[in-house]
Design a protein around this ligand. Sequence first.
Ligand code: PEP
Ligand code: MG
Length: 572
Amino acid sequence: MTYYGIVASEGIVFGDVFHYEPFVPSISEKKINSADIDKNIKSYENICEKAKKEIQELIEQMPQRDTDKLKIFSAHIEIVSDVAINEEIRGYIANELYSPDYAINLVYDKYIKIISRSKDPLIRERAADLKDVKLRLLRLWFNVDNTSLSNLQKPVVVVASDLSPSDTATMKRENVLAILTEAGGITSHTAILAKSCGIPAVLGIPNITKELKPSETVIVDAIEGKVITNPTQDEIDYYAARKKEFNIKMEEAKSFLSIEPFTSDGVRIEIALNICSSDDRELAHRNYTDGVGLFRTEFLYMKNENLPTEEEQFEEYKKVLQAYKDKPVTIRTLDIGGDKKLPCLELPEEDNPFLGLRALRLCFDNLHIFKTQLRALYRASIYGNLWIMFPMVGSLEDFRLAKKITEEVKAELAAGGYDFRNDVKIGIMVEIPSIAVMADKVASEVDFASIGTNDLCQYLTAVDRLNPKVVQYYQVYHPALFRVIGNVAKAFREHGKPLSICGELSGDPLVTPVLIGMGIRKLSMNESSVAAVKKQISTLDMQSAKRIANTVLELETAEQVEAFLKSEAAQK
Ligand code: PEP
Ligand code: MG
C-alpha cells in the first residue's frame, strides 16, 4: 500500500514505525463506592509518592548549576505535597465520592484558573507548573508510560497526527529515522526542524496514524512524498537503489559545501545559516558559512517546561557569538504564538492565532519575558558580532516601541554595571505585507532587515501555512511574492542597508537566480540547503540572474514561474 503526503525534508529511509501520541487525559465525572473511600485515598497518596520520586530523579539528573530549574522542580515537589491541595482532593474523594482522577482535575483546574487570571505575569507563569504537575499525576493515575520523543531507545520512523514544536525540539534526534505526520505543511516548524536536522519528513498524510501498525517496517520516500507498506521485493530493490543514488548525490553536493560562494562573474553572495540552538552539531557549520542569518530562539523556550532564565539564555547566545567570532550572528527575539506554543506559558485561546498575539506583540504584552531576553542578548554582545532582529513587525510604531524597550534595557544594564556593545545592529523581519509595502520608510530607519518568506507568503496570499486542506493555495512561487521581494530589495539597496532572505525560499536553488537578480546579496538557510545553493551560485552569472528575475516579474501565475525556473535549471 502507498500513502502520499508533502515532502518537508528529503531522503529515503527503511525503518520501523513508532506511534507517538502525547498524553491527553480524558476525564469525566466518576463516582466511587463509599466503601472504597480509604482505598482510593490510598491510591491517590501512592501516585503522589510516585510523582515526587519521578521529579526527584529529574532533579538528580540536572546539572547543579541549573539553579533556576532546580528551584522550579523543587517547587513541583512542593505542589505535590501542598497541604491545602491535598486536603481538597481528599475531601472530594471522601465527601463527594469523586474518583481521584476527577478530583485531581477539578482541584488543579480551579487553581490554574485563579492563577491564570492574575495581573502579575510572574504569577501567571506558575499556572504552567500546576498544569505540569496535574498531567504527571493523571498520567501516573492512568498508568500511562512516560512516552516522550526524548527517550527513544532505538532508531524509528516517528508517526504522529501532529508534532508540536516542543516535541520536535526535545526529541532524541539520532534515533529519529524519519517523521510522518497527518498535519503540517512545508513551512511548519516540524518541517523546518526536520530539515535543519537532516531528518527525512513527509507531512500532511491523511490518516497515517491509523493506517500504519506499530513496529511494522515501512519505506519512506521523502523525495516523491510516499510511504510504502508491505513492499514487494521489486520495491525493496528499487528503493535500495534510489537510496544509494540519493546518498551519492548528497555526497557530490557536499563538495560544494566549503567553496566560497561567488557567481561565475565574481559577485560574492553571503550564505548564512538558520539555526535553532547552540548545539555543537549546528555550530559545526560555521567554517563554511558567513554567519547566522536567523537564530530562532523560540526553540530555547519550547524545549523547556519553564521559561529559560537570563543566565541560561546568556550562555546560549554567548556560545554562538563566540563560535562565529566576527561574523554576524542575527538573533531573532522570541517568535511565539501561531503554531508555536510554550509549555511554560499560558497563552490565550484565539480564533486566528496566526493573526493574534504572536511574536513581538506577545513580547509587548509580557514585558518581563522580552526584557529578560534583551538583557541576555546585550550581556552576550561583547562576545561577538550581534545583530538583534524583531519578528512580526507590522508597523514603524512596532519597531520604535521595540527599540525604546531595548534602550531601557541598555540603561538598566549600564546602571547595573554590566558590559555590552553599543554598536549592536537592530533590525526586523519583513514578513507582514504592511511593513513590506512601507519598505522605503523602513529602510531609512532600521539597521537591516531579513525577509521571512514563509510568513510573507502566508499573509500575502491569505493561506494558513499549516493547513493541509489549503496547501495548493500556499504558492511559494506566486509572482506577487517576487514582486514584493523585488520592491523591498530596491528600497534597501537605495538606502544602502543590508537585506537578506531567511524564509524557506532562500534555500531553494531554483529561486537563487531570481533573488540574486533582484539584488539580494545575502541568503540565510538551513544547513541542508547550503551545498545546493552554493553550487547554483557558482554556475550563475549576473546577466542571466537579472534576466531570470525580470522574466519572473512579468509572469502571471505560480505555475508559470515554477515551469520557467525549472526550464532554466534544466538548461545548465
Ligand atoms: C518566515 O516567516 O519566513 C521565517 C523565517 O520565520 P518562521 O518560519 O520562524 O515564522
Ligand atoms: Mg515568520
